[in-house]
Design a protein around this ligand. Structure first.
Ligand code: SOE
Length: 378
């Protein structure tokens, strides 16, 4: 079995999901390549050492440049705040490494383009971590669309709702709240949440031609997490809604907020086509709603497909039919798909170029919210 030596940068939420995925993947999927947890890197040395011990990383670095240039590292996996992605990816491409990067790919489309160009110049495979593509119900949705079961698509309707920033006393910035700091995150819900919705939309319904958007920042000032006596303006978008025209003529509506009281991680989409519709809700992640207009009219209606049978995407690798899998499995699936691509010498998506396509839409959304004008999105 060939070993693929991973260098992980970042030990937060995503560092944990990726560590778990590398450790689990070959317990459930049979790959000729085994990820080796070779080195983990973060700035706080004692915390990084504790993280390494907990997740099984063999060595520890505190400077990402050192990790990127280590000859024993094959893959640089970027799980750091968004404002560091570009510099790390450029250095990793220069060092000839395979790049895996958390979403959103970059702070803006210009950075994303430079990352794509560098990675494509290096010739190494890449992956952006849009993990929700790897939910069995979402992969099944893709299969139904590709099989033509919906026919021509008329509508794409997406929501991504959370509520964790509703408390005005929540600080911004620092290690755990950098998503509220525009300097570190680039944007608010547009890059953090709508990037997921946009990636799924591009995958399921094709390119978005243009958008018109509005954003709002509800809490205008917050204390700094690292300096509680300092209050600074909030520069991220707390909520965003946009309309989209797809290149294929379909109309899209997208909404996202972190102020939807009670909605913890509600990532939904509904697609209406000429022959039927499908609908998905991450808060019921093992289900896909499907309506087939060709069904007998007497019994026709939306059916709920429980996507946990052995013939459903990924499910034969898990327990027995009916035993649900969850969030962490999406990361295991994406590593498995990536290893499969390496083994077969085939490109797997989403790669950095797909991340760039999503970033172009995010930039267009933010530009439209600023200008009040429709903006081209590709
Ligand atoms: C934000 O709360 C967040 O953690 C996102 O950054 C993730 O991408 C999303 O999947 C869950 O929510």
């Amino acid at each position: 079995m060939r070993s693929l030596k991973i260098g992980l940068i970042g030990t937060g939420f995503m560092g944990r999901t990726h560590s778990n995925a590398y450790a689990q993947v070959n317990k459930f999927f049979d790959h000729a390549i085994q990820p080796a947890l070779t080195a983990v890197c973060a700035t706080n040395a004692p915390k990084t050492a504790a993280f390494a011990a907990q997740w099984g990383w063999e060595s520890v670095e505190s400077d990402w440049r050192t990790l990127v240039n280590r000859p024993d590292i094959d893959v640089v996996d970027i799980c750091t705040p968004n404002n560091t992605h570009c510099a790390i990816a450029l250095a990793a491409a220069e060092a000839g490494k395979i790049i895996i990067c958390e979403k959103p790919l970059a702070m803006n489309a210009d950075e994303a383009r430079r990352m794509v160009e560098a990675a494509e110049h290096s010739g190494q495979p890449t992956m952006v971590s849009f993990n929700y593509r790897r939910i069995p119900a979402v992969t099944l949705a893709k299969q139904l669309v590709d099989e033509g079961r919906l026919g021509r698509i008329f509508h794409y309707r997406a929501k991504y709702l959370q509520d964790w920033t509703i408390n005005p006393n929540l600080p911004q910035g620092g290690n755990t709240l950098w998503r509220l700091d525009a300097q570190a995150a680039g944007s608010g819900v547009t890059g953090d949440l709508l990037a997921h919705s946009i990636d799924l939309a591009l995958w399921l319904a094709g390119p978005i031609a243009q958008v018109t958007a509005m954003t709002e920042t509800f809490i205008k000032e917050r204390r700094l997490q690292d300096d509680p006596d300092t209050v600074k303006p909030v520069a991220i978008d707390d909520a965003c809604a946009f309309l989209a025209r797809f290149a294929n003529g379909a109309l899209g509506t997208f909404e996202s907020t972190r102020y939807a009281c009670g909605r913890k991680n509600q990532n939904t989409f509904e697609i209406n086509g000429e022959k039927g519709s499908i609908a998905f809700d991450l808060e019921n992640a093992h289900q896909l709603e499907y309506y087939n207009h060709a069904d007998d009219g007497l019994v026709r209606g939306f059916r709920t497909i429980p996507v946990w049978d052995g013939n459903h995407p990924y499910m034969s690798h898990w327990w027995v039919p009916g035993c649900a899998i969850g969030y962490e499995h999406t990361f295991i699936h994406q590593v498995s798909d990536f290893l499969d691509g390496l083994e077969r010498g085939e490109k797997r998506v989403p790669d950095l170029r797909d991340g760039y396509a999503t970033q172009l839409v995010c930039d267009a959304v933010l530009a439209s919210a600023r200008t009040g004008m429709w903006q081209p999105a590709r």
